[in-house]
Design a protein around this ligand. Structure first.
Ligand code: ADP
Ligand code: MG
Length: 729
């Protein structure tokens, strides 16, 4: 540390008053951050002046020229001298007016700011005048007396050489070519909200306008003319409102894109009380709904207008009024989120339905009773720990596999080599239709089952709770109102995944395995593991046979598994793709063998609905957030890793016999690896529970009534478990 020599102490900084022009320039830089902010202020002024036509011309991304012309009420001659002074406005006179302000401007800062960072010229004419006036401004002041000139109705404001006196900013902006794009984007947004105003925007000297909207009474028409047909034809109208002063008061209406609309970037046009604003929380909330509800990971197009009592909106939180803060923001967002979710889901379903009615398809052959004798071993039980050979279905030796047979009826006669393309097409269509007809009713019934069994009290807990942390390997601690609950994350995630399979049925995104995995080997692995668990001994030949039969069975079902469940098995019997049930989540791959065995053993391949249900359950169990197979590397769990270090683990004796002679350090390294593997696995699981499971449950889970009594939710009566959490920390 330096020690200052006496007498060398620096003089204390002196406080002085800033020159007003400096203050104004600093403030101007805040309000007018870039050309697009100037355009926004000018267009808002035109809208405040009741214009019905607004046109914008831009040169050099706005740095050379921004010109906004309107047909509004104009500016009175006597107001021109103070027009561009700071804090001069016609929209507000006392502070209380702010509470109910309807106009977009009120601070009287925009025009003033522009004169500090650019050259502003105003031409205006008011009603009943024979001529207009033109006057230029600099640093808030008129440069000369207003000059009489010919003018058309309204006001034209020209800003030239923006940031001429802010070299750094001008340089940065000159390098970024996207300001014109931003201006076009801004006007497009205004154009679809203010549909009774016509907007145009073009580059200086260009004949064609890049935004051109005419006043209309239809919002959809406006969207079509601005954003194009591809957007407009894929929109769903949405509405929501609430009028309960104790929770929220709002009205919302808008349009959102449906599942046919596939783009990579979200467009969210949001107006709150007719002001163009941004609300990141709402945008994010809606993106989550899209990514979780729709099959293709598409980003949405959203136009939304929200009307709130003016006193519920604080418009004065941001100098450019871009961000607003709302009363009861969370409640409003949640309500809008759930409306969007249900509209999307309905649109998804009705789309499939419409497609079916367009083309008539042969009705699905139903499974008749006399067929059921072919497979006399339906296993109602879901328990997995039954010796495999007792659970092998007669189905597995029946290559016809009935569900498969009727879903994939071969087109009968016209698939010869020389058949025309149309014939092939129509048969493909027929096949598709068959499948869609097949999936609709049974899947719909299963989804209806979920809805009808939903427990409203638990639903409330799931939606409103706060995740506190993991209490042990299986239970999470939640807070709901003033209560604490322990919730079994394995059960909850299993149910959530099951429900997701049914909701995303036939519309999954895929997880591609880095290497395709041979079913036969995986099944052998699973059988061996089961043997260890059950302590029964079957010879390897029998296991091989079972694995082979199951592989055959799954290969037969491959087409259906792929089409409906995105489980891809190639003709050589390798697994290479699995479905995504929740974005940002991949299941524990250590459980693949068990899952495959479960497909062979637990899935009912006979009846369509049972088949889909048991498949969804098998996937649910596989994707559930089970504790990792490696024990938690803390407390007693740590022993697992230490034991191996001393070579005392009896299971290790065989394995390590070939290592005799290796020095101890290699063993140490191996332990260290295993330990860090365990740490990563547990860490990842905890992250997923907090950041994927709970947010997704809040959105999608319909907890079944059974969860209220089967120990999935336990109200914490003692603090004992709580204590354990702290012990862990
Ligand atoms: P604010 O909009 O916050 O009042 P501005 O600096 O943007 O502040 O504008 C100052 C005033 O100039 C406005 O209150 C309005 O009376 C007048 N004005 C600006 N632009 C227009 C316009 N295009 N037509 C009519 N009046 C305008
Ligand atoms: Mg203004």
């Amino acid at each position: 540390m330096d020690i200052e020599a006496p007498g060398e102490a620096k003089e204390l900084p002196k406080i002085h008053r800033l020159d007003e022009s400096v203050v104004n320039r600093i403030a101007a830089g805040e309000v007018i951050q870039r050309p697009v902010s100037a355009v926004k202020e000018l267009v808002e002024n035109s809208l405040d002046a009741s214009s019905t036509s607004i046109s914008v011309v831009v040169k050099d991304g706005g740095l050379k020229l921004i010109q906004v012309s309107d047909d509004g009420h104009g500016i009175r001659h006597e107001d021109l001298p103070i027009l561009c002074e700071r804090h001069t406005t016609s929209k507000l006179s006392k502070y209380e007016d702010l509470q109910s302000i309807k106009s977009m401007g009120f601070r009287g800062e925009a025009l003033a700011s522009m004169t500090y960072v650019g050259h502003v010229t105003v031409t205006t004419i008011t009603k009943g005048q024979l001529h207009g006036y033109r006057v230029s401004y600099r640093d808030g002041m008129m440069e000369h007396e207003p000059k009489a000139c010919a003018a058309v109705k309204g006001t034209q404001i020209m800003v030239e050489n923006l940031f001429y006196n802010m070299i750094a900013r001008r340089k940065t902006l000159q390098n970024s070519a996207d300001d014109y794009t931003k201006i076009v984007d801004l006007l497009s947004r205004f154009a679809i909200h203010y549909i009774d105003v016509s907007f145009s925007c073009r580059k200086h000297g260009a004949a064609r306008a890049d935004v051109h909207s005419v006043a209309t009474s239809s919002r959809l028409d406006a969207i079509r003319s601005v954003y194009g047909l591809s957007v407009a034809r894929n929109l769903i109208k949405i509405e929501a409102s609430d009028n309960d002063p104790s929770s929220s008061v709002f009205e919302m209406d808008g349009f959102i894109s449906n599942s046919n609309y596939v783009v990579k970037k979200t467009t969210m046009v949001l107006f709150i009380n007719d002001r163009l604003v941004e609300c990141t929380a709402l945008k994010r909330a809606l993106e989550i709904v899209y990514s979780a509800t729709l099959p293709k990971a598409s980003k949405p197009f959203i136009y939304m207008s929200i009307i709130l009592p003016p006193e519920h909106v604080d418009v004065n939180v941001h100098p450019t009024k871009r961000e607003v803060s709302l009363l009861n923001q969370e409640v409003i967002i949640e309500k809008i989120q759930s409306v969007v979710e249900s509209m999307l889901r309905n649109s998804n379903e009705s789309r499939t339905f419409q497609e079916q009615t367009v083309e008539s398809s042969p009705s699905v052959p139903s499974i008749t009773n006399n067929e059921s004798h072919l497979n006399p071993s339906p296993s109602g039980s879901k328990s997995q720990k039954v010796p495999v050979h007792k659970m092998v279905r007669t189905d597995s030796s029946d290559p016809a596999g009935r569900l498969h047979a009727y879903l994939y009826k071969k087109p009968q006669n016209h698939l010869e080599m020389n058949s025309s393309l149309t014939a092939v097409r129509s048969s493909v269509r027929q096949r598709r239709n068959l499948r869609e007809t097949a999936d609709l009713t049974s899947i719909q019934e299963l989804i209806n089952d979920i809805d009808s069994k939903c427990h409203s009290g638990l639903l409330d807990i799931v939606r409103q709770c706060t995740y506190v942390g993991m209490a042990d390997d299986v239970f999470a601690l939640l807070q709901h109102n003033t209560h604490l609950y322990l919730a079994n994350v394995v059960n909850l995630s299993k149910e959530l995944m099951y429900q997701q399979v049914l909701r995303r049925f036939a519309h999954f995104n895929a997880i591609q395995l880095s290497e395709s995995a041979p079913l036969q080997e995986l099944l052998m692995l699973a059988l061996k593991e089961e043997e260890l668990d059950l302590e029964c001994n079957e010879n390897d030949d029998l296991k091989m046979k079972i694995a082979e039969m199951n592989t055959q069975l799954l290969k037969q079902k491959a087409e259906m598994l792929e089409e409906y469940f995105c489980i891809f098995i190639d003709s050589d019997g390798n697994l290479s793709r699995l479905p995504i049930l929740l974005d940002q989540y991949t299941p524990d791959m250590d459980r693949v063998p068990e899952f495959l065995l479960c497909l062979g053993n637990d899935v009912d391949w006979e009846d369509e609905k049972n088949c889909f249900q048991s498949l969804a359950a098998a996937l649910g169990n596989f994707y559930a957030m089970h504790p990792p197979l490696l024990p938690h590397p803390s407390g007693e769990g740590l022993e697992f890793y230490r034991k191996r270090k001393h070579g005392k683990n009896p299971q290790d004796v065989g394995k390590s016999s070939c290592d005799i002679g290796d020095d101890i350090e290699i063993e140490d390294e191996f332990e260290h690896k295993l330990l860090s593997e365990a740490e990563t696995a547990w860490g990842q699981r905890e992250w997923s529970i907090q950041h994927v499971l709970f947010p997704s449950m809040r959105l999608f889970l319909k907890p079944p009534t059974s969860m209220a009594v089967n120990g999935t939710f336990v109200r914490v009566a003692s603090l004992e478990k709580l204590y354990r959490i702290f012990e862990r920390c």
